[in-house]
Design a protein around this ligand. Structure first.
Ligand code: PEP
Ligand code: MG
Length: 764
């Protein structure tokens, strides 16, 4: 009950809710997290009792009381407890709040335990986690606004409860067989199975992101921390005492106070305790700073609340000092599984020399460029785990990454490892079986030829492409070389790079795509701040606004092709005819300039990417202007279905088998045929055997895919006649749901003996 409306302004409630959420985030285990919540809720809502139930893992409709505050003081006979549990089950069953008053609230009128009852479900990503209950001893009806506040709080703490549960599970390890062992489920990023050790990548300056790391030499870690404290505190004292620095008396007092906090017993003792438990100084410091900051944040007095920021500032200074005293040298484990809140392709590129076997990212989906890169490197990736488990606890942990199912197992036991080894072995057998296809052309049994090209973006990508029997590069993403530098590469640098690619694949064709930065491919030295980057200044739009950059890139590409003549040039993010026309004029200009400078330049094939819905509806107008079209299903699906390709929360809405996407693909391929130009598909969907069957049916001219997907797609092409694929396409066009289309195509693959493409690891 909110008895004092004046003192519980919505602002104050928001602050208090924030404090509850933050202390939940810092709790070391589930019990203390839940106990903290019930105490805080009882206090904030000023109620007699607060109860927190969690769903039984085996029977989610059944609620188990996990934490209570005030119950002891109002203990009634067991019946009332049972009744409270029944009400909690009712909240769970309905997934709706239950608000009861007086006799409704209790079967026993003598019972003083439950006269006003309000229970709200705690939902996390569509799943019921538990129930949060407040009760009043006196007859009371909770108001609508109290209900709304409790429901708001329940929504806010759901993520924290999920993480606190996960923390407990991380420490208990995964045991048993595949079907029973507990795992963390994320979004499938890239397929494959990997065994290895977690290596957390973090932003060095961000205290909150510092991972836990085990230390063996505790005394050395203590000495390091003490040295950092004394250095930082002495420095603060020195500033406070410095004469002539222009500091006011108040400033000096502040610096003295900072020095005192840095040396304070509370901070030092709790950090030392953390180190003694085996955590490294930075991890122990993170915990104690967060704990102290939260303590201040929970205070009513605005002045004291502000002190939380001071504590964090001191934490940052200490962290900085720790890192200066002992710079962290990234030592990757033997089989490194890179883990990070928001890993970027650059983090992968940074792991040079180490044996990287998998990637775990807190955010993103299989269409994120990180996942695409992992696929081209042939390593599994699981994405979107940030809301499911505290990633910074994974450092040094033994992990199994199942990229087929999007699962992560922590500290697996021998049984589980054995099961996964068997799957990995079956995988290898399938790859071996498909190896003989390497030098065969991709052709259906009834003679329909579909050249298979590969997608690439880093020089290291070329070898897997060659090894997979790629017939050329169907999409070279030129932005990666721009991303790994700290300024735009010069024409000469670009020339060298493009020349190497064209030479490596000569005489096979190579499609170089012009720069497609923006969206999720930022350049540190060319920052673009936008609220909606995927709908913003991206791809060709930037190139046209910076013709000097565009011309440099085109010149480098044309020069690189000189004498080889295997270049195709592809323009990304075309959304209107004007953009294409303007780009084509610039390409012409670059060519003329080069000729005037005495270079011999052959006209490359020019192509437009179809990846924006407007381009689908104007596909013929675009097709008339170029030599080929290339469909970017990643962006096309994102824009057609209004699903952010990087957002794990909406990953299940992203499906290239959505009937609207199929209709769009059909329209594009038919337009290509009418205009007499080839249509290739280069998005990730080209590597999905089910989508590939439909594309064969549509008569796609070629596919460009990750090197790792190539042998399987070739197997599918060899196994399905064009006629059969056409029939499947006709059937699919009758269906209204992606799931039904997937079922149809999956069954077709299984019936054709391609079970291994559908359930990797089940093949013999
Ligand atoms: C696409 O959008 O499908 C595509 C191939 O381009 P990118 O993934 O680089 O945006
Ligand atoms: Mg794209």
């Amino acid at each position: 009950m909110i008895r004092e409306p004046a003192s519980h302004s919505s602002l104050l409630l928001t602050t208090r809710f924030d404090a509850i959420v933050q202390s939940l985030g810092a709790a070391l285990d589930l019990d203390s997290a839940l106990q903290g919540i019930v105490q805080d809720v009882r206090n904030v809502f000023q109620v007699d009792i607060c109860l927190l139930y969690l769903s039984d893992p085996a029977r989610p409709e059944l609620q188990r009381l996990m934490a209570s505050d005030g119950l002891e003081a109002h203990a009634g006979p067991p019946l009332q407890h049972a009744f409270a549990d029944t009400l909690a089950n009712l909240v769970a069953e309905r997934s709706e709040p239950v608000n009861l008053c007086d006799s409704q609230a209790s079967p026993d009128h003598q019972d003083a335990n439950c006269q006003g009852y309000l229970g709200v479900p705690i939902m996390h990503q569509g799943v019921l986690l538990g129930v949060l209950v407040v009760q009043q001893k006196a007859r009371y009806r909770f108001s609508e606004s109290e209900l709304a506040s409790l429901a708001t709080l329940a929504a806010q703490i759901a993520g924290g409860i999920q993480l606190a549960k996960a923390r407990g599970r991380i420490n208990s390890g995964a045991s048993g067989d595949l079907s029973a062992a507990p795992f963390f489920e994320g979004v499938i990023g890239a397929p494959g199975i990997a065994f290895g050790t977690g290596h957390v990548v973090y932003a060095k300056a961000e205290l909150a992101r510092i991972p836990d790391r085990d230390v063996t030499d505790i005394d050395a870690e203590i000495a390091l921390f003490q040295a950092a404290v004394s250095h930082v505190a002495n420095e603060l004292d020195r500033i406070a005492e410095e004469q002539g620095g222009g500091l006011t008396a108040e400033d000096r007092t502040l610096f003295r106070a900072y020095a005192m906090i840095a040396r304070s017993d509370e901070l030092v003792t709790s950090t030392l305790a953390g180190i003694r438990q085996g955590n490294w100084a930075a991890g122990a410091l993170r915990n104690s700073i967060q704990e102290h900051a939260r303590y201040f944040e929970a205070m009513e007095d605005p002045y004291l609340r502000e002190r939380a920021d001071d504590i964090r500032d001191i934490g940052r200074a200490l962290l900085n000092e720790l890192q200066t005293l002992e710079p962290v040298e990234e030592r990757y484990p033997a089989r490194a599984i890179l883990v990070g809140e928001d890993l970027s392709p650059l983090d992968l590129a940074a792991v040079k020399g180490a044996h990287l076997v998998a990637v775990i990212s807190g955010h993103g989906s299989r269409l994120s460029h990180l996942a695409i890169l992992a696929r081209s490197m042939g390593i599994p990736a699981v994405m979107g785990l940030a809301d499911t488990l505290p990633l910074n606890s994974l450092h040094g942990k033994s992990l199994i990454v199942d990229g087929y199912e999007g699962r992560l197992y922590i500290e697996p036991d021998a049984n589980l490892k054995r099961e996964y080894r068997n799957i990995a072995a079956r995988e290898r057998r399938l790859s071996k079986k498909l190896r003989h296809l390497r030098d065969q052309t991709a052709q259906t049994p009834d003679g329909f030829r579909i050249p298979l090209y590969t997608n690439a973006g880093l020089l290291s990508d070329l070898n897997p492409s060659l090894a997979a029997g790629s017939e050329g590069i169907g999409l070279y993403r030129t932005e990666y070389p721009f991303m790994v530098r700290d300024s735009f590469p010069t024409e000469e640098e670009q020339y060298t790079l493009y020349r190497k690619i064209l030479q490596t694949f000569h005489p096979r064709p190579v499609t170089l795509r012009t720069l497609d930065i923006g969206g999720d491919k930022p350049l540190t030295y060319f920052p673009i701040q936008e609220t909606n980057p995927f709908l913003g200044w991206r791809g060709i739009r930037i190139s046209l606004d910076h013709p000097e950059m565009f011309l440099t890139q085109i010149r480098a590409m044309l020069r690189a092709s000189s004498g080889l003549d295997n270049l195709s040039l592809l323009l990304p993010m075309i959304s209107r005819v004007e953009d294409l026309d303007e780009a084509l004029i610039l390409i012409q200009r670059a060519r003329q300039e080069l000729e005037q400078e005495g270079h011999s330049v052959t006209q490359p094939l020019l192509g437009a990417m179809i990846e924006v819905p407007s381009a689908v509806f104007q596909v013929e107008a675009l097709a008339r202007r170029v030599d080929f079209l290339s469909v970017g299903t990643n962006d096309l699906t994102q824009y057609l279905l209004a699903v952010d390709r990087n957002n794990e929360r909406v990953a299940r809405w992203f499906d290239a088998l959505h009937p609207a996407v199929i209709q769009a693909l059909l329209r594009i391929i038919r337009a290509g045929k009418r205009c007499g130009i080839p249509v290739s598909v280069c998005g990730e969907a080209a590597g999905d055997p089910a989508v590939a069957l439909l594309l064969i049916g549509m008569g796609v001219s070629s596919l460009s895919l990750s090197a790792g997907d190539l042998p399987r797609i070739k197997w599918a092409i060899h196994s399905f006649s064009r006629q059969r694929a056409r029939a499947l396409l006709r059937q699919s066009l009758q269906l209204e749901q992606a799931s039904a289309i997937r079922t149809l195509l999956t069954q077709a693959l299984v019936d054709a003996g391609l079970e291994g493409l559908v359930h990797p690891g089940n093949s013999s």
